[in-house]
Design a binder for this molecule. Structure first.
Ligand SMILES: Nc1ncnc2c1ncn2[C@@H]1O[C@H](COP(=O)(O)OP(=O)(O)O)[C@@H](O)[C@H]1O
Ligand SMILES: [Mg+2]
Length: 248
């Protein structure tokens, strides 16, 4: 039997496409309201943190209780930091600021820790802490990292694997970020297509094919370059470089 939606389906638009559009729209709407939800989480979390601090200031608390309360407090603070980070990341207004690339990488890797763990992926960070800060919109940088890293994790869906994220200075003062995975690689004939809008090998709901198109456009608008190297059954490496000298 046909569903109500199928019976009334406009001939111009396939049921599959409609399903995908409805899903995308739902996710976008969820994204918009999640800022409010995150905001709501912050008040109970600060109540927990300050109550825990008050208990810790009492003199007649046993060592065991002290330890447990200290854990409650530090977990509440971790959650609150994460939710504030999310709130900040979800903002749409443009803000060019001195950005620490390593902090952006760490934020996204913490944010995706669960996505990596559930696929059995080991994440390795190799960050150069001598990198200069760079004037850019840190939320755009996070969006770039999110898409590339999420693609890598999705590529390693089957049997675990390794994700290696490096930051480095290709030349003095320049900034480089590379993201390497041990996934199945990208076939030669797809290498030119991956940056085209709507090219995807994923099921509806898992990918739109817009990620790398948006990512490449953002990187280039920010004065950077994006490159990809891939070997079948070995893995894929995306690298992004920003030549700061040229930005003046
Ligand atoms: N790390 C990777 N390993 C293997 N294939 C990849 C990787 N990154 C991207 N791809 C391929 O490029 C396609 C396009 O990626 P993207 O533009 O982000 O769209 P989406 O993730 O929605 O499919 C993916 O569907 C996938 O086939
Ligand atoms: Mg993607």
């Amino acid at each position: 039997m046909k569903t109500l939606a199928e019976k009334h389906n406009n001939d111009n638009i396939s049921a599959e496409l409609l399903k995908q559009m409805a899903y995308n729209e739902k996710m976008a709407e969820l994204g918009r309201i999640s800022a409010g939800v995150v905001h709501e989480l912050n008040s109970p979390l600060s109540v927990i943190t300050s109550a825990a601090q008050m208990i810790l200031r009492e003199s007649d608390v046993s060592e065991f209780v002290r330890e447990m309360v200290a854990r409650i407090s530090s977990e509440a603070q971790r959650l609150s930091q994460m939710t504030r980070g999310l709130l900040n990341f979800s903002r749409q207004d443009e803000a060019t600021e001195e950005t620490d690339v390593n902090l952006a990488v760490e934020f996204i890797l913490d944010f995706l820790a669960y996505e990596a763990a559930k696929r059995g992926v080991t994440v390795l960070r190799n960050l150069d802490y001598h990198l200069q800060t760079v004037r850019m919109d840190s939320n755009l940088l996070k969006q770039i990292l999110l898409n590339i890293i999420m693609n890598s994790l999705q590529a390693m869906e089957q049997d675990g694997g390794k994700l290696l994220v490096d930051t480095f200075a290709p030349k003095d003062g320049d900034i480089g970020i590379s993201i390497a995975d041990t996934g199945p690689g990208i076939p030669d004939d797809a290498m030119t297509k991956i940056f085209q809008p709507y090219y995807t090998t994923k099921k509806p709901g898992e990918g739109t094919g817009l990620g790398l198109f948006v990512t490449k456009t953002l990187v280039e608008n920010m004065g950077g370059r994006i490159e990809v190297r891939s070997r079948r059954n070995k893995g894929t490496m995306f690298s992004i470089t920003f030549a700061l000298a040229r930005q003046g």
